[in-house]
Write a protein that binds this ligand. Structure first.
Ligand code: LLP
Length: 427
């Protein structure tokens, strides 16, 4: 490894042995004291660093990094990314509204994916003049044409093709095979593009693809983009000129402790895509979510009890599966560390929340440094699909979120109140 390749440190570190875990230079102990727990804490510096890794690696060609809003839709994070030139990948009218609220100037950098867009959602996106609709079926293309005609606005579209590429990941987040609900069989695409060429309100703008999430190898991306590039060449022969190829998201991170060379990963990914794009002169779009925000975030929780039952020890925290569902839903691993280390030997424990489900756990049979009731623990790599997948299950209030920028920390979402909890209901 050369010096310039040295991976930058993870944002959550103990500055000195025995000192409290910090996000950059901000102590998580101080943040928990000020804002309470459970608390999501994010490093703005790391998010921006990750964005610039993609921007640098793709620099040789015209490109746009469209952050997948679903990974973490905090307005402050959207604004941060928009200011550095990012676009956005959205999948609902709600996500569009978030982008418009946080960074209205970025509307023209939005791509709209998703298998079930409603007429109202399409209308809003047409009016906002987004960059491109990633269309997932012929019926949706017909709906898009009808709405565009009604509003008298031309709709730029890409077909999200299904390249039939297998990418090794958890079955719930794998999407690139024909048997999945996503996209249009790539073999059907030429016929559909040709038929759309007859519509006054549709403009064939791109081809898009998305293989799944938490994909650790660059190879499937290369294979998929090669197939897409071949389709683009074929379309050109038919007189249909494609301006952009959207490679989707999905680049995975390492959820285990240890060195993770993000820059090398991005370079490897970018190289696989660039090679596969040989001969394509248009613009490349990518839709990373997790890679930008996951490792920038931690969920800070307080230990409520340490309970011994038979041979097991349960560390019960005030955060639960409603705050972070990844371990319960995908058997996902997240490192858990005490915020202020205590002396003593690690113990094998289950780290669980107070929700009334056996599936409410963050770790099982995990070696954890000693903790006592009242201590803080941090669940690491929680910036993606953490808060975004949170709920009010068990009528629990959703957590607060803090963004750390340099040496400063600010609240970007206040903790929910009991009044919020009841606000939408009718007695
Ligand atoms: N583009 C599309 C069309 C997607 O469906 C997704 C993610 C992305 C981009 C971003 O993928 P990423 O770069 O974040 O892997 N909740 C799961 C992940 C679900 C991913 C869904 N689609 C988890 O916690 O692992």
């Amino acid at each position: 490894m050369t010096k310039s390749d040295t991976p930058s440190p993870r944002p959550f570190q103990h500055p000195l042995p025995g000192s409290a875990l910090c996000c950059g230079s901000v102590s998580l102990e101080a943040l928990a004291k000020r804002y309470g727990t459970p608390l999501y804490v994010y490093s703005a510096d790391q998010i921006l660093e990750r964005l610039s890794l993609f921007q640098q690696a793709l620099q040789p060609r015209d490109h746009l990094v469209c952050y997948a809003v679903k990974a973490n839709s905090a307005l402050a994070i959207l604004k941060l990314l928009a200011e550095r030139g990012a676009g956005f990948d959205i999948v609902s009218g709600g996500e569009l509204e978030r982008v418009l609220a946080a960074a209205p100037e970025a509307a023209g950098r939005v791509v709209y994916s998703g298998v079930g867009k409603t007429a109202e959602e399409i209308d809003r996106a047409l009016t906002a003049e987004i960059l491109e609709f990633n269309v997932e079926s012929e019926a949706e293309l017909a709906l898009l044409a009808a709405r565009a005609a009604r509003l008298k606005r031309k709709a730029r579209f890409a077909l999200r093709v299904n390249p039939d590429v297998f990418a090794e990941t958890h079955p719930y987040i794998s999407t690139g095979l024909r048997e999945h609900k996503f996209g249009i069989d790539i073999r059907q695409a030429p016929r559909i593009y040709k038929s759309a060429a007859g519509s006054r309100w549709l403009q064939a703008h791109g081809v898009s693809v998305h293989l799944g999430s938490q994909i650790r190898s660059a190879n499937p991306f290369g294979v998929a983009i090669e197939r897409v590039n071949k389709l683009v060449r074929q379309l050109r022969k038919d007189g249909i000129v494609i301006e952009s190829i959207d490679a989707g998201g999905g680049l995975g991170i390492d959820y285990h402790a240890g060195v993770f060379d993000a820059a090398a990963k991005v370079r490897e990914y970018a190289a696989a895509i660039q090679d596969a794009l040989a001969g394509f002169e248009g613009r490349l779009l990518i839709e990373p979510g997790r890679f930008l925000v996951a490792q920038a975030g931690a969920l800070v929780a307080r230990v409520l009890q340490v309970k011994r039952s038979g041979k097991k020890t349960f560390v019960i925290t005030d955060a639960a599966m409603n705050d972070m569902i990844r371990p319960a839903l995908y058997q996902a691993h997240h490192e858990i560390v005490p915020v202020k280390p205590r002396a003593g030997k690690p113990r094998v424990v289950d780290v669980v929340g107070p929700v009334c489900e056996t599936g409410d756990f963050f770790a099982r049979d995990r070696k954890l440094a000693p903790v006592e009731p009242g201590d803080l623990v941090a669940l690491l790599d929680a910036g993606a699909y953490g808060m975004a997948q949170s709920s009010n299950y068990n009528s629990r209030l959703r957590a607060a979120e803090v963004l750390v920028e340099g040496a400063k920390a600010r609240l970007i979402r206040r903790r929910e109140t009991m009044a919020d909890l009841l606000a939408t209901e009718i007695l």
